[in-house]
Design a protein around this ligand. Structure first.
Ligand code: FAD
Ligand code: NAP
Length: 339
């Protein structure tokens, strides 16, 4: 028995919003055996089990009556190497950005656009993390998860994960699958995605016209560091709302009324609007009430200036949702997971 279970543990260091709540029970998993022990412990004590990684996509709205299990498993291995295509597997508790840097050091490309995303490898499939035109589904080679209902291990293929925009089977069936390790198909021949946002421009400002994957990673990291608040300094969970995808008709009506509005046509004919643009246009950028606010540079990011509660942040989010719906007839969906 190696699981160290603490009673009434503070979760403040374990959620990037820095919300000050406790877990009735808290433990860290360093192995599959710890995970199984935690499941038994929670069942024996008749409490739910809440699995977390880096806590960077959570909004904790009160003290958590559960065994909160933080994934701290470590390990990265090469599973297949056919010269150009290399399959790498990482344990759930590996820190995402450190893993991305490790792949780049091995000369492998595929994850560079996902640099500097906070959190863990095991949480990445939950919302099919994405940035700068790449999502993990683009390089996904499989994962192993524990079925919490049956205790069995199951391997998932890409098709079985039902990945969508910030979505997956694991999010749709929340609480069922505990992701233990994830596999990625990476490449020694870099096929870079530079067309998104200011990536190419940043590279050319740096005098780089034939970038490597590591150059792209560094450029994206520098852009992100300038635009996004560092959770270690200012509590936040990244984008608080998903970008809404609306009908072409509504997008055209809105564009007529708001010529500056940003919209990206989708393959299915609908249009993805930039939620940040809508929130800024509605005047919320920089808004602050007590310690809950909207970031002054990036209106898609809600921030905790110190002692905001999860409920205050949620109330602010709901006010923004209602206002955007009233002004633009667009429903904003929250991205972080609420507990
Ligand atoms: P947590 O917040 O700990 O958990 C998230 C959810 O996954 C919870 O429901 C939890 O129960 C579940 N979970 C965690 N681990 C497991 C597991 N092993 N098995 C089963 N369930 C699990 N996201 C993007 O997609 N793109 C971005 O560019 C991006 N930028 C961000 C920037 C900032 C500054 C911040 C704070 C967040 C950003 N995010 C972004 C959101 C966040 O980083 C990602 O969603 C990340 O994958 C969350 O990882 P985590 O380990 O912190 O998960
Ligand atoms: P940005 O570059 O200012 O762009 C604003 C929005 O427009 C983004 O949300 C993005 O949508 C969309 N967009 C921009 N260029 C696009 C293109 N060529 N094609 C389609 N859509 C385009 O965004 P940002 O806030 O600085 O973020 C940069 C990237 O990091 C984005 O991909 C964003 O999703 C990601 N990010 C995510 C989080 C999070 O917590 N989820 C936090 C920070 C950054 P998409 O969001 O759909 O890409």
């Amino acid at each position: 028995m190696s699981l160290n279970v603490q009673v009434n543990a503070s979760l403040k260091p374990f959620n990037s919003f820095g919300v000050d709540v406790t877990a009735s029970l808290f433990a860290q998993a360093h192995s599959d055996a710890d995970v199984r022990e935690a499941l038994l412990y929670a069942a024996d004590h008749n409490v739910p089990l809440l699995v977390i990684g880096g806590g960077s996509n959570l909004l904790l709205t009160g003290n958590v009556t559960a065994l909160v299990l933080r994934m701290a498993t470590r390990g990265i291995r090469l599973l297949e190497d056919s010269g150009e295509r290399v399959v790498v597997e990482a344990e759930a508790g590996e820190v995402w950005h450190a893993f991305v840097l490790w792949t780049l050091e091995q000369g492998l490309s595929g994850l560079e656009n996902l640099s500097l995303i906070p959190g863990t490898v095991g949480a990445a499939p939950m919302q099919n993390i994405g940035a700068y035109g790449v999502e993990i589904k683009d390089v996904f080679a499989g994962l192993t998860a524990l079925d919490r209902q049956t205790g069995e291990l199951r391997d998932f293929t890409l098709a079985e994960c039902n990945f969508g925009y910030r979505d997956s089977l694991f999010k749709q069936q929340a609480g069922r699958w505990l992701i233990l390790r994830v596999r990625f198909a990476l490449s020694r021949a870099a096929s870079l995605h530079l067309e998104y946002g200011p990536v190419r421009q940043r590279l050319s400002e740096q005098g780089i016209d034939r970038p490597t994957a590591s150059d792209v990673s560094r450029a994206i990291s520098s852009i992100r560091s300038e635009k996004l608040p560092d959770p270690a300094v200012l509590g936040n969970a990244g984008s608080f709302f998903k970008n809404p995808v609306v009908s072409a008709t509504l997008a055209a009506e809105l564009k007529l009324a708001h010529p500056g509005m940003i919209g990206y046509p989708q393959a299915d004919g609908r249009v993805k609007l930039a939620a940040g643009w809508l929130i800024e246009a509605a005047g919320w950028k920089g808004f602050r009430e007590a310690d809950a606010g909207v970031h002054r540079l990036q209106s898609l990011v809600l921030v905790n200036y110190g002692s905001a509660t999860g409920l205050q942040l949620l109330a602010l989010a709901q006010r923004i949702q209602a206002d955007i719906e009233q002004r633009f007839a667009v429903q904003l969906e929250m991205e972080p997971n609420l507990y």
